[in-house]
Design a protein around this ligand. Structure first.
Ligand code: FE2
Length: 281
């Protein structure tokens, strides 16, 4: 990976847009090592253990135990369209997983190495996140033909902190294009404030909605990036990705970093057991 000392122009752009694209951040070799490791993990996963589906359309399904207790584990989530009506897989298992989450960076040596590389630490430092904690990691496959849509959202809805300072690092492990489901974002949209929170309550997970107005989706811009790029996302930036109906996958690795000096509420869905607290670099 390249050293990531951000220029003041880059920081100003991040401030203005709520996102920043850094090309050639990770080497092809580093990207390929993560891809190979993710494939190994999928091969070692027995789907009979559990079936779970990730979709921001259907929060009900998200509330299952498997998801809600995955904050400090390595778990596998299927694409919503992975299954035929008879319950069998439409395509091979390694072409059916939506994502792996949410503590790859702590539990897997290869992901730990990538996530805690000096360049990543420097980038997070440049972003001004003090006492950083690596709270969440996801390997996202965006499978050919069935890669599901992720509707427009702010990451802070799901990972709330007080103060609201969280950065998402979105590493492209393959070229991400409009065709295979690249990210879309609303430049400057982070300044309109947090629209909702998804939180634990006595009756299960619920949304607290602060602003019910719809996203101005006509302002979304596609962020097409080359393999090895990282997109830094302000936690309040509205972003989405479309379904992948192309024949090409769009693998990405994401890492979310919070400040240990802020408050991380017990009502966030992602909780870690006391013997495995979130760690920094
Ligand atoms: Fe997101």
């Amino acid at each position: 990976m390249k050293p990531a000392k951000l220029t003041s122009a880059q920081l100003a752009q991040y401030e203005d847009d709520g996102f920043l694209v850094l090309e050639n951040f990770a080497s092809d070799q580093a990207c390929d090592a993560l891809r190979a490791r993710a494939n190994e993990l999928v091969r070692g996963f027995d789907p009979a253990d559990v079936f779970s589906v990730f979709s921001t359309h259907e929060q009900n399904r998200l509330t299952d135990e498997y998801f809600l207790t995955s904050g400090d584990k390595i778990r596998f989530f299927f694409e919503e369209d992975a299954f035929l009506p008879d319950g069998t897989l439409r395509q091979a298992r390694e072409r059916s997983i939506n994502k792996i989450g949410h503590a790859l960076h702590d539990l897997d040596p290869e992901f730990n190495k990538f996530s805690r590389a000096e360049q990543v630490r420097q980038l997070v430092d440049d972003l001004g996140i003090r006492d950083p904690l690596l709270i969440q990691s996801m390997y996202i496959f965006k499978q050919p033909h069935i890669g599901g849509e992720v509707i427009c959202h702010q990451d802070t809805t799901f990972l709330y902190t007080d103060p609201q300072k969280i950065a998402g690092l979105w590493f492209a492990l393959e070229d991400a294009t409009i065709d295979n489901g690249c990210l879309w974002a609303i430049p400057g949209g982070h300044r309109s404030g947090l629209k909702s929170r998804w939180l634990r309550s006595d009756t299960g997970m619920k949304f607290d909605v602060f602003d019910p107005t719809p996203w101005p989706e006509d302002k979304l811009l596609p962020l097409e990036v080359k393999k090895g790029s990282v997109i830094v996302l302000n936690g309040l930036l509205p972003h989405k990705s479309l379904a992948n109906r192309s024949a090409k996958s769009r693998h990405a690795y994401t890492l979310h970093v919070i400040s240990g000096s802020g408050e991380y509420p017990g009502t966030n869905w992602l909780q870690r057991s006391p013997d495995m607290p979130a760690r920094g670099f």
